[in-house]
Write a protein that binds this ligand. Structure first.
Ligand SMILES: Nc1ncnc2c1ncn2[C@@H]1O[C@H](COP(=O)(O)OP(=O)(O)OP(=O)(O)O)[C@@H](O)[C@H]1O
Ligand SMILES: [Mg+2]
Length: 360
């Protein structure tokens, strides 16, 4: 039996949520950590997202190590995807940019990394039924290049209320790597207070590469980057939100064949980012997109276009008709539906609680 939880122990969790947990008998970190999110929902009446968050945060406090595959599957069944603006891009991403993981956009200057971020800033705000994530967006801009004018242009070109979209994008300028680290540490609070569903870091490595120069500083630099990525991944999991990072390629002079460009950040970046998307300039306003090193996405090369409306299909259409079943692969875990699980009457609720108590 662990210590009784108090407000502040679980970063970014509101006092009303803590009260609900107490009331339901989930008063210790251990109790919250071992109770599956769907059971937390049934016991407390809190939202699914909040339940996943408290469960993940508690688990990390109790045991930051292994989780069972069944627990992982349960958590992943809540995963959502934001559309990218291009149907083909959505398709090779398995339906869009996932929540709960980090997606890395890799490419040389002008390859379209920031353009994808702008487009996602608009599209992720759309309701889930329209292929968005139904939440706000938070941007950590390390280069001072993230311009609201472009978000406005994309929103208008797509017929959305630009003022509303702009007011739901929070932008912080990171002036150096320490500032970037601090902004990332603050994310749980921001995510909680502003219902953030997409976090963008454009770019992830820039400051670190600029500040830690020379071989002697490499270990320290990689350690710091790993720390930031760890924090970002935890936020992605705990708040079931998408994290999108941009990363430049660096030329490797000793490559004698193949593509001489490599993503910056080495193994540390490669390990932390679940999906790595490689962008190259194509003819005219098109860009070639390929997913690399993915655990389950195909390594297929497709083409997108960059227009006033942001990322579009290759033929510059912005056909955003959305069929939520379009991308559901057969082996996907069954969707968790609150409707099905809803306890109908107080009697049934009591029965369920009794059964749970009997099991203990
Ligand atoms: N309003 C617009 N309409 C059409 N195309 C645009 C528009 N704005 C930018 N672009 C295209 O996007 C390109 C810039 O891409 P982007 O800013 O995403 O590059 P990046 O990959 O982020 O590069 P860097 O590494 O320098 O940050 C421009 O060269 C231009 O081709
Ligand atoms: Mg850029």
């Amino acid at each position: 039996m662990g210590e009784v939880i108090e407000v502040g122990i679980l970063e970014g969790v509101a006092s009303t949520t803590i009260k609900k947990l107490h009331k339901a008998g989930l008063a210790t970190l251990e109790a919250i950590a071992v109770t599956p999110p769907r059971e937390i929902v049934a016991l407390t009446g809190m939202g699914v997202d909040t339940a996943i968050k408290v469960n993940t945060l508690a688990r990390l406090k109790v045991d930051p190590g292994y989780v069972s595959a069944s627990d992982l599957l349960e958590t992943r069944s809540h995963m959502m995807r934001s559309r990218t603006g291009s149907n083909e891009f959505d398709r090779i991403m398995g339906g869009g940019i996932e929540t709960g993981v980090i997606t890395e956009l890799i490419g040389e200057f002008g390859s379209g990394k920031t353009q994808i971020c702008y487009t996602l800033s608009v599209l992720a705000q759309r309701p889930v039924a329209e292929g968005g994530l139904g939440g706000r967006v938070c941007v950590i801009d390390t280069e001072g290049t993230f311009l609201p004018e472009r978000i406005k242009q994309i929103a208008e070109a797509r017929g959305y209320d630009a003022q509303e979209i702009l007011s739901n994008v929070l932008i912080a300028r990171a002036y150096n790597s320490d500032h970037q680290i601090m902004l990332v540490k603050n994310l749980p609070k921001i995510a909680q207070e502003h219902d953030i569903k997409l976090v963008i870091v454009d770019s992830m490595i820039g400051h670190f590469r600029g500040e830690y120069i020379g071989r002697g500083t490499l270990a320290e630099r990689q350690q710091k980057i790993a720390g930031v990525l760890g924090n970002l991944l935890r936020v992605a999991e705990a708040f079931n939100l998408s994290v999108v990072l941009t990363n430049q390629v660096q030329a490797k002079p000793d490559t004698s064949y193949g593509d001489p460009n490599r993503p910056a950040g080495g193994h540390v970046m490669a390990h932390a980012c679940t999906h790595r998307v490689y962008l190259r300039k194509g003819r005219q306003n098109t860009r070639l997109v390929r997913v690399i090193d993915s655990p389950y996405l195909p390594e297929e090369k497709i083409r997108i276009a960059v227009t006033a409306a942001g990322i579009c299909n290759e033929d510059e259409t912005t056909n955003m008709e959305y069929d939520p079943d379009m991308y559901t692969a057969p082996e996907e875990p069954e969707e968790f539906s609150l409707e099905e699980e809803k306890v109908e009457t107080p009697e049934e609720l009591n029965l369920e609680l009794d059964e749970i108590n009997l099991d203990e």
